[in-house]
Design a protein around this ligand. Sequence first.
Ligand SMILES: Nc1ncnc2c1ncn2[C@@H]1O[C@H](COP(=O)(O)OP(=O)(O)OP(=O)(O)O)[C@@H](O)[C@H]1O
Length: 276
Amino acid sequence: MMAARKPSDDDIAIKVRGLNNCFGDTIIHENLDLDVRRGEILGVVGGSGTGKSVLMRSIIGLQTPVSGEVEVLGQPMVGMSDEETLAIRKRWGIMFQGGALFSTLTVAENVQVPLREFYPQLDKPFLDSLAAYKIQLAGLPADAGPKYPSELSGGMVKRAALSRALSLDPELLFLDEPTAGLDPIGAAAFDDLTLELQRALGLTVFLITHDLDTLYAICDRVAVLADKKVIAVGTIPELLKTNHEWIQEYFNGPRGRAATGAAQRAKTAAPDKEDA
Ligand SMILES: Nc1ncnc2c1ncn2[C@@H]1O[C@H](COP(=O)(O)OP(=O)(O)OP(=O)(O)O)[C@@H](O)[C@H]1O
């Protein structure tokens, strides 16, 4: 296990500079800059269609930007050799929106997909035991392994997707709207799990969300996408000091106020809990 380190500007896991993306005539990102500190949970928020998923796809190399630089764990993502691409892909895990599990594979087989791709020499008993461990790590019961995604509840699908994202022991975890569609209790449980795993495994987490409770509960900092770029990055109290209309509406609207109240009540109930 890695020792917990305080995330700092001196240790950047993901660096994005001058990113430009467009589809046809539609500009999605214009000169977007972002730093994700190693060891932090960075929440990424923004209105629908502001380009959060496209940003994630640009970082992991699924979207070739028109221009700009992306560096992940010190590795420039443009112009990589095949070996470099494989080496960097081993170091991250991704949970796509909705889980994106293979419906014809069981949970255990889904978890084994990245393991088989990167370590084809592993034999079946070893793959089975690795999958069982990852399934347990994501808080699923052991009997979830042989089940198909269609046999799982929404919360279990998320956990299965998380266990697959953890299959390669990643340093970086990308989560695209992990609590979308979960009831509040399920969402809070998933947040707790994310935080627990992040702390225990020393992960850096890039977390796209619309869920204000998630931001308050587990994110170290929040990056706000608007006007085709990241308009602000900081802790929630720091963001609240900015005058941007969307930020004020988002955090000070009825849902934002409810989430602030809930976070304050949780803090009062557990005053020694580390600030998120
Ligand atoms: N492959 C594509 N081809 C054309 N347009 C695309 C493509 N992918 C995304 N877009 C467009 O880019 C914009 C940003 O999409 P993106 O999915 O990144 O938004 P988002 O901020 O993640 O939204 P949401 O919060 O609704 O998930 C949208 O207008 C979308 O329609």
